[in-house]
Design a protein around this ligand. Structure first.
Ligand code: IPE
Ligand code: IPE
Ligand code: MG
Length: 253
């Protein structure tokens, strides 16, 4: 049975009591550039609009049963873009943290970042560390933002951490296994995503969470990220409820 009832803020929340809702949703927020270009505007306008969407989705996520939300904001490959776009995006990340810090803390959001921070500017790194520390005690929702994140880069860095321990003699080569490797990733200690959503119609994963999403379900929507609404998220979650996640087992009869 599917219950459909108006939720807070007028959203139609779809709940399937028999199915497990996705606790951890990861989103590849794509299509900002095209959204702006379609209107004859600079790409950065699309990124600004995209940041507004992030606020809205973070706000509605707990009401939809999401406890973990991981969003892809900047990939290790995105440095290939123009200096203007890269600097514009970095400025947007800093402003988002500065302007949203009070609200995020007050609304129970625990914020974390994944990705290689060492290449980011010092001010942004400080802001990231400070909001992580400030929201450490929050438990309503876990928001993880991937900045300068690439799955291959993350795996290589984790391998280096383990290799260093073996070289130091603090770890035996036999102790390198799925558990110790997972713990050495940026996401060490976080649950794997149940559902990965990509907007903008592209049906690729673009180096996002290749290890962690090994058994995730995927949803691809043609909607460009600045047009992605809480209602569309609710609809996707309702569809997810109907999926049979077998994890390699046999179909349950
Ligand atoms: C996603 O939107 C945001 C980032 C990658 C930073 P894009 O900027 O990739 O938008 P499109 O794909 O060019 O439309
Ligand atoms: C993926 O989008 C990265 C983010 C959403 C941050 P891209 O637009 O960079 O991916 P490709 O280039 O289409 O694969
Ligand atoms: Mg894109």
């Amino acid at each position: 049975m599917t219950l459909r009832e108006p939720g807070p803020k007028g959203l139609i929340l779809a709940a399937t009591p028999s199915a497990t809702p996705p606790e951890h949703v990861a989103i590849i927020m794509d299509g900002n550039g095209r959204w702006a270009t379609n209107r004859g505007w600079p790409r950065l306008v699309g990124h600004r609009k995209g940041a507004e969407r992030v606020k809205e989705i973070v706000r509605c996520a707990p009401d939809l049963g999401i406890r973990w939300l991981t969003i892809y904001a900047f990939s290790t490959e995105n440095w290939k873009r123009s200096t203007e776009e890269v600097l514009g995006l970095m400025g947007l990340f800093s402003r988002y943290i500065e302007r949203e810090a009070d609200r995020l803390s007050a609304e129970g959001v625990r914020m974390r970042f994944i990705g290689d921070r060492t290449r980011l500017d010092a001010k942004l790194q400080r802001l990231m560390a400070s909001i992580e520390a400030r929201t450490e005690g929050n438990t309503r929702i876990n928001l993880t933002v991937a900045i300068n994140y690439g799955g291959r880069n993350e795996l290589a860095r984790a391998a280096r951490i383990l290799a260093q321990r073996v070289a130091d003699g603090t770890m035996s080569p036999d102790a390198v296994n799925e558990t110790t490797l997972a713990a050495a990733l940026d996401t060490g200690g976080l649950p794997d995503p149940d559902l990965v959503i990509r907007t903008s119609g592209e049906t690729r994963v673009s180096n996002f969470l290749p290890w962690q999403a090994a058994y995730a379900e995927y949803e691809f929507t043609p909607t460009l990220w600045p047009d992605f609404s809480p209602q569309e998220l609710a609809d996707i979650l309702a569809r997810f409820g109907g999926r049979d996640r077998r994890f390699g087992g046999a179909v349950a009869l």
